[in-house]
Design a protein around this ligand. Structure first.
Ligand SMILES: Nc1ncnc2c1ncn2[C@@H]1O[C@H](COP(=O)(O)OP(=O)(O)OP(=O)(O)O)[C@@H](O)[C@H]1O
Length: 366
């Protein structure tokens, strides 16, 4: 069991790094609390595997510290960290039985035979592997093999944390949700810190209480699935989470207004105070398609837009529309009428977010 802390952690694969882009992990501070269920979510190449390998001890970070329960472990090898790792592809011994695969880590630790018996049966029971204990691992299906992989991590009592690196990649889609539920159940039962790496937002949200969203070697937001959806702290989170992602509009700040093409949009007062003094390269307004209000008749409070397309996705519709020259999307309920050709839309104040240099600007009392 362990709390894992990253202090100013950074890692580069380059011999002579001289720019932030040369770092796979850029200056990261993060606390993974003991017993938490976390997901590390991000696109290919953002540094997820690098970070996981630093935590497990397969890789020593170039800078900063990694602490397990307050003890620095930067150069401690994996076997001394008591971390279990489950990879994309099951790591098991094909010629051994399921029982022997599960018993293997315990035999390595010279655990007495009667304890091995009881522990292996306990874990096999939880993972629904009991009927397969005497089967050779090579005869198992992909999901059964992956369950054995997980079981090998769980049999040890002294495991500090379990790291999962895209563990459902090779599993049939119908079985994925079953295994995900099993993992969640195991987490609740064992109170072990678990970090689950994925590029799939649904997987992250169903497994984790808190998700760390990674982008270009940084954790750009750490929060519950709900927080990531309602209040993305970085434009990347807005874009990456949600289906479809957040709408963005590039705007300029002119005196008391944002200017978007020929339109003037009011800036909330509390935000204005904050951004007037910020040096900026870009200002973007963001709104989720779910929060765009749509009417099929003229409305003085709303902007007229051209409806470009509407897609029926069963329980909801996605309407694509053009506001001036910008394509945006709205998500409408299945029984809401989809306007043809022209529509009138508005952006409710509380859902229109302001991003300066890609980061959310919030009023102090929010
Ligand atoms: N051994 C290595 N040597 C040099 N560069 C590497 C090495 N491993 C990873 N990188 C680079 O570091 C960055 C982060 O890679 P990493 O594999 O950690 O990302 P990831 O988010 O796990 O991606 P994926 O989901 O594709 O596995 C990428 O730019 C990658 O090209």
């Amino acid at each position: 069991m362990a709390e894992i802390v990253l202090n100013a952690l950074a890692h580069t694969y380059s011999r002579k790094p001289n720019a932030p882009q040369d770092y796979a992990i850029r200056q990261m501070n993060q606390v993974w609390e003991q017993g938490g269920a976390y997901a590390l979510l991000g696109p290919s190449g953002c540094g997820k595997s690098t970070l996981l390998n630093i935590i497990s001890g397969l890789l020593e970070p170039s800078d900063g510290e990694i602490l397990f329960d307050g003890v620095k472990v930067n150069s401690l090898p994996p076997e001394e960290r008591n971390i279990a790792q489950v990879f994309q592809f099951p790591v098991i011994y094909d010629t051994m039985t399921v029982f022997d695969n599960l018993a293997f880590p315990l035999r390595n630790m010279k655990t007495p035979a009667h304890l091995i018996q009881s522990k292996v049966h306990e874990i096999a029971d939880i993972l629904e592997l009991s009927p397969l204990l005497h089967k050779k691992a090579k005869n198992l299906t992909a999901d059964e093999k992956q369950k054995v992989s997980m079981g090998r991590g769980l049999v040890r009592d002294n495991v500090s944390a379990i790291l999962f690196d895209e563990p459902l990649t090779v599993i049939d889609p119908q079985l994925k949700w079953k295994l995900r539920r099993k993992l969640k159940q195991i987490h609740d039962q064992f109170n072990i810190t678990m970090i689950y790496v994925t590029h799939d937002q649904l997987e992250a949200a169903t497994f984790a209480d808190k998700i760390a969203v990674m982008y270009e070697g940084q954790i750009v937001q750490f929060g519950s699935p709900h927080e990531l959806f309602e209040n993305p702290k970085h434009t990347f989170v807005g874009y990456f989470i949600g289906s479809p992602g957040m709408n963005f509009m590039n705007v300029q700040l002119e005196e008391q207004h944002f200017v978007f093409e020929d339109m003037k949009l009011k800036v909330p007062e509390k935000i204005l105070d904050k951004i007037q003094h910020l040096p900026y390269e870009s200002i973007k307004l963001g709104i989720r398609p779910e929060f765009v209000h749509v009417w099929d008749k003229k409305n003085d409070e709303a902007y007229e837009v051209d409806v470009i397309d509407s897609e029926d996705l069963g329980t909801y519709h996605i309407m694509t529309f053009k506001l001036r020259n910008q394509l945006l999307k709205a998500r409408l309920h299945e029984d809401q009428r989809i306007p043809k050709h022209k529509a009138w839309i508005s952006f409710p104040d509380q859902w229109l977010k302001v991003y300066v240099n890609e980061y959310l600007v919030e009023a102090d009392d929010e």
